[in-house]
Write a protein that binds this ligand. Sequence first.
Ligand SMILES: O=C(CCC(O)(O)[C@H](Cc1ccccc1)NC(=O)c1ccccc1)N[C@@H](Cc1c[nH]c2ccccc12)C(=O)O
Ligand SMILES: [Zn+2]
Length: 559
Amino acid sequence: MLFSRLQLAVSGEFAKFSKGQWLETVKFQWRTFKDPNLKRQFKQLSVLGTAALPEDKYEKYEKTVADMESIYSKAKICAYNNSEKCDLSLEPEMTEILANSRNEAELKHIWTEWRKQTGATIRPLYNDYVKLLNEAARLNNFTDAAEYWLNSYDTPDFKEQVAELWKQLRPFYLEVHAYMRRKLREKYGESIVSKRGPIPAHLLGNMWAQTWGNIAELGIPYPDVKPEDITKYLVQQKFTPLKMFKTAEEFFTSINLSPMTEEFWKYSVIEKPKDRDIVCHASAWDFYNGRDFRIKQCTEVSEEDFVTVHHEMGHIEYYMQYKDQPFIYREGANPGFHEAIGDVIALSVITPKHLSRIGLLPNVTQSKEADLNYLMKVALDKIVFLPFGYLMDLWRWQVFKGTIPEKDYNCEWWKLRLNYQGVKPPTVRSEKDFDPAAKYHIVSSTPYIRYFVSFILQFQFHEALCTRAGEFDPNNPSEKPLHQCDIYQSKEAGNLLKTVLEMGSSKPWPDALEVITGQRNMDAGPLLSYFAPIHNWLKEENKKSGEYVGWESTEKGDI
Ligand SMILES: O=C(CCC(O)(O)[C@H](Cc1ccccc1)NC(=O)c1ccccc1)N[C@@H](Cc1c[nH]c2ccccc12)C(=O)O
Ligand SMILES: [Zn+2]
């Protein structure tokens, strides 16, 4: 508790300081300023955030979020069929079981017990949090917290743009969903996975069913050309978390981005401590002194964590490139940019070509079948993620606006999960439960639409950087397919990326996007063309097997 008291004291101090600064800036008629740069800085400075709350309410807000996060980070459950062993944490134990167990009863146990430990206890706190965040939003002249969060994109029709992107991508998601439902039905039987209904959420390899890459082996199109699991090679070659970080760093420096600083290696926490509970959800921190940048990650030696290392290091690279900007511009062009950088690099790293190049895979068989296997695996992480990345804030925007009243929190959550993801809970849920709180970003008040935006942008960035690296030719896409591109050691690609990272938030995000891609809008095109081969294969496959594409909302026998 000492640590959290310290944390509260520091955030209180920072709130007082920033309120003082804010009072200075609002004295100016900055809206009439002529210099666009000065006007932009004052505009960004004029949003104070939660520090606008009176001191007592600010402390209540900070304490409520800290308590929700603490319950989430400390939650433990008992193992399946062993009520003696009750020290299972979300990371690594529950995450590992959901990824690797194929025992339906065990998966149901873990899924349900985690939600018992997080949802019911957090529910009363969440209601206070919503009221206080809305009050802070109004003190910043926003109608509610939804508008306050959306202000980060500074785009009047942002919600419409996101809805349009989802409309373009939903048909592809439905094909993946229908195909995997069939594979899961073949594995677990029709009594558990129906022909035309939603998929039970506990079978999908992830606590939130947000990515299905961990069950890729159930859906590989050509099993006899099965892609090797990188985890096996990471373990075989005695990779440690440190070696995973050093390997990731070497990719960034190979494209002329910056190495991690001395402080980074000195102060980062890259393994779960044995002696204390920490918030294990990965994060990257900027200490705003141009040298001190840190990652906190409970890293396991696994493929999934190797990708997350690159995701977190992408944040650090952004911090380092914009460290000389004025304080107020030391942010991403928009929050989706910050989430996309590491993932763009990871798109090159996970290619069989790159992994065999750095000795993490035996030399690969080039074939149409191997290609489709690879694309399926990436689609199970990238396409599958989109509905989840969207619905998280669809739910929260409605909660902040009051269109979802407290009494319907859980029911409306599952309506969105059914409508967008086509998943259903493995056990009956009620308003005694509060399943959104099973997800870190809900309890830590971290917006989520940034990841949906990132998953669109990262393919636009990938296409542009691969073109610059000579790894892709937009006029002749079939010669060098985008999904085989690896920008490793391309200084041209790295320098193009660096130009945007250095900008921070000093220009509107369409300007930053234009520097990399020549376009000013989010565009699903690059993502769709990256996955085109597997998209076509899935349409064929589902037609051949007569699979029902989509899902019915009420099932016979379901209450
Ligand atoms: O949450 C994360 C990674 C954690 C983070 O790097 O995004 C972290 C979340 C966080 C936010 C605020 C406080 C504490 C943690 N965000 C940052 O560290 C961060 C850094 C700079 C600016 C903004 C946020 N990923 C998401 C989804 C995701 C997107 N790309 C991925 C790639 C691999 C695995 C997961 C993801 C998730 O796990 O649901
Ligand atoms: Zn991130």
